[in-house]
Write a protein that binds this ligand. Structure first.
Ligand SMILES: NC(=O)c1ccc[n+]([C@@H]2O[C@H](COP(=O)([O-])OP(=O)(O)OC[C@H]3O[C@@H](n4cnc5c(N)ncnc54)[C@H](O)[C@@H]3O)[C@@H](O)[C@H]2O)c1
Length: 397
């Protein structure tokens, strides 16, 4: 199954780490540590092989992919030997990255995005394409009546200069071009009724949103423990210190608010009440892609006895995110191939603020994901033929 992965934000840290990782896996240069679809419970012949993945994307900045990869290697995010071992493969990806189209009217920008996606698919003879949003987090948009249904949205796009936030314009373009869509960021993306209608009309699956890679991942494991032991969480506060492009962007109050809201949601949903407290995000240039999160939880037990716990998480954000981007793209492409449309709640395991119906605690999300993959397997087998596991891509490999 020749599968295109179209990265929005293709020159950013998460995107370039994903690309280098996939190319290195294909070349047998690294182990798939961190890729959950490589675990025995989730390995599946229905998923496209790394050899079948072809990368392209959009970005606002012109930094060559190889330069970004070298910078990530210098910062300790990925091994420098991989960058020197893969020059032709990285050059092939570079050839598939397009600048973000500009026009007076957003409808024309969307048409240009659709043309880029369609050309990518045809040029590389791809069976299907998944768009993955790994671009900078946007502030939440002001409400607009056109978001409520597709006819109103199409009407607004034909008369108003700009209607949608960028992430939603990309999702609109993806669905129009027949591509599935994954939102790894907390931005609006496909989370508008009008876009849900478009995806349903086109029979396209989508997943999101906001990859669960660090502090929130730990929260989603700890919160069910407090709930199951009937311990009352009184407060849960966290401080996240991070640098890199994501950190710089999240220093903006509106983007920061979108991220912080996404991070706290797991508590309300797992505990059944929202304890006092907040997650603060602070930009620290010097720590680059390596994040430190510190959380303090106060809780009470039998007879009201007050207790507390603290944890500190030191994670390399892009190294945690990139394998999940590959997992999500492979799973969403297979969901598309097996005829699924609409929000993929079964992929809640990967997200801070999951779309669609799905459980909230990590163990339940894991069980749901395992059952989903087995169902994908069965459906793909019924369709006849697995995912062409050994086929390699002439353009990028
Ligand atoms: N790393 C993690 O663990 C993690 C977890 C969850 C979510 N995320 C999200 O993933 C996203 C990417 O993170 P990153 O560290 O790679 O950030 P980054 O700043 O390194 O990369 C973002 C890229 O997006 C590009 N961009 C910005 N606006 C764009 C637009 N309109 N169209 C196309 N490209 C655009 C930028 O030029 C940049 O190259 C962020 O939104 C972050 O919040 C990351």
């Amino acid at each position: 199954m020749r599968t295109g992965i179209w990265l929005v934000g293709a020159r950013g840290s998460v995107a370039v780490t994903s690309v280098v990782g996939a190319l290195a896996l294909r070349a047998g240069l690294v182990e798939p540590t961190g890729c959950v679809t490589e675990l025995p419970a989730l390995r599946s012949p229905a998923l496209p092989a790394y050899a079948d993945l072809v990368f392209g994307g959009h970005d606002l900045v012109p930094t060559p992919v190889v330069k970004k990869a070298e910078a990530l290697a210098a910062a300790g995010v990925l091994p420098a030997r991989l960058v020197t071992a893969l020059p032709d493969e990285l050059a092939a990806v570079e050839n598939e990255i397009r600048p973000v189209p500009t026009a007076e009217r957003q409808a024309d920008v969307i048409a240009a995005l659709v043309a880029d996606l369609t050309n990518f698919k045809q040029r590389n003879r791809l069976d299907r394409v998944v768009m993955v949003n790994v671009s900078a987090t946007e502030p939440a948009p002001e409400p607009h009546p056109a978001y409520a249904d597709l006819a109103a949205l199409e009407q607004a796009l034909s008369t108003e200069a700009t209607v949608l936030p960028n992430s939603s314009a990309y999702a609109y373009a993806a669905f129009t071009a027949g591509c599935s869509y994954v939102d790894f960021t907390p931005s609006t993306g496909a989370r508008l009724p009008a876009l849900a209608e478009l995806a349903a009309r086109e029979g396209l699956p989508y997943a999101g949103h906001d990859g669960k890679t660090g502090e929130t991942l730990v929260k989603s494991v700890l919160a069910p423990m407090f709930a199951m032991r009937n311990l009352r969480v009184r407060t849960w506060s966290g401080v996240n210190l991070l640098g890199g492009g994501d950190g710089a962007n999240l220093a903006e109050p509106a983007a920061n608010a979108a991220k912080a809201a996404s991070k706290q949601r797991v508590l309300g949903e797992t505990l059944g009440y929202v304890p006092q407290g907040n997650t603060r995000i602070e930009y620290v240039d010097d720590i680059g892609d390596f994040k430190t999160a510190w959380d303090l939880v106060t809780f009470s037990g039998f007879l009201g006895t007050a207790m507390r716990m603290e944890f500190t998480w030191h994670g390399c954000d892009s190294a945690l995110a990139a394998p999940l981007v590959l997992d999500l793209a492979r799973l969403t492409a297979t969901a598309h191939r097996t005829g699924r449309g609409g929000p993929l709640g079964e992929l809640a395991f990967f997200f801070k603020d999951p779309l669609g119906e799905g459980p909230h605690s990590l163990p339940e999300q894991w069980a749901t994901l395992c059952a989903f993959v087995r169902q994908l397997d069965a459906d793909a087998a019924q369709q006849g033929g697995a995912g062409d596991a050994g086929r390699s891509d002439p353009a990028q490999g």
